[in-house]
Design a protein around this ligand. Sequence first.
Ligand SMILES: Cc1ncc(COP(=O)(O)O)c(C=O)c1O
Length: 457
Amino acid sequence: MTKPWTGSSASSGDGSDVERLYRSLTPTSHEYFLEGSRYLPGADSRSTLFHLPYPLVLSEGHGCRVSDVDGNELLDFTGNHTSLVLGYGHPRVREAVRDQLDRGTCFPGATALGVRMAKLLCDRIPSVERVRFTNSGTEAVMYAVRAARAFTGRPGVAKVEGGYHGSWDDVMVSTRPAGQAGDRVRPAAVPASPGLTPGALGTTVVLPFNEAEAAARLIEQYGEQLAAVVVEPVLGSAGMIPADRDYLVMLRELTARLGIVLVFDEVVSFRIAHGGAQEHFAVSPDLTCLGKLIGGGFPLGAFGGRGDIMALFDPSGGGPRMPHPGSYNANPVSLAGGLATLEVLTGEAIGGLNARGARLRNRMRAAFAEAGLPAQVTGLGSLFAIHPVAHPVRAYRDTIGADAGCRHRIFLGLFTEGVLIDPRGVGCVSTAAGEAEVDRFTGALRTVLEGLAHRTR
Ligand SMILES: Cc1ncc(COP(=O)(O)O)c(C=O)c1O
């Protein structure tokens, strides 16, 4: 029998034992937070890292461990939000980057590294015939959507409710709407930030995730206006929710029929298989966006796909039809780190990673069941997320009622047990974490959940 989550709707500042322990272990982080707040709004430059009572200040990372400025050593299951698939400071990555630093950090010309990396990505992902490099996943999505608009001559973009595709206006829509925004099968478009370009909302259609029939109805309805459908094969920031294959197949068939460009955002999901989640699901998009892990810990994004669409960026027949400037585009240091990472991340390495991910998710589920606490553990491959809800989680909507206070206590509790996950309850396994680390994680989770179960008795 599982018990309902109780009495913890406040997500922090609640003076709980675990928060007091967090504070006692992190006095220097607190000092940095106070001092940093004088110069940086929120004491940082990355809003997703903020959590109450104040975020950690980290100082070092080695393998699957990170240290904070108070000397707490933590087993890391974030990999900088899935960026560091090999863990911190993999020797091959460090060597490649050091070598590139000696040669030069950026040039006013193309590099051999750019060609090697492009070839590697085109070889690994058959749907990617041509590719271009950016500095972030945000830019990759922005250019993919812009290319779709230029190619189709249509204005609209459809995205999934709960899908996060970076901070560009046209996709900063319904990323985490606070409540039930519109009908489940006909979600309303909700701005994810104040200050978006007026009109951005008007061209964005929000689709329900994993509701094939309802999504198809919306795509049919807006079809003639839609340049692109953008989707993550595994909904990442909403909590690592895998797509049903049928849903992706529907998107593929319908967009092909209606002349809409299908864009897979694989910034997070590329790690699922040698050729990305599209290989796992055996569904090929027209364009693919990449980021995070492909830079091996350095800023790098990429967008690529069908040759006829990517030809829009080819200036060799005259002036560029679509400009793609950027002082640090295809930065050689990032390319060196990324190439080394992808060379190590073979199909075999991914197989091992995914096996540990599956084991971790199973053991997490068992830990919740043993504690008698209702929760869902979602994920695919080496990705996981904890949802403190009793019902199955198949879309962002299913996560709305989750007990944020309990999720926060799990996050802080794991920290006090020496394990770091994302404050939103999501995480991943890196190749640096073996079976022993997976066991340590689940042991720590069990301890935290026992404490939580006591509170609910
Ligand atoms: C699926 C997805 N797409 C795009 C982005 C944006 O990438 P970046 O943070 O490099 O701009 C993110 C970032 O978290 C993401 O998770």
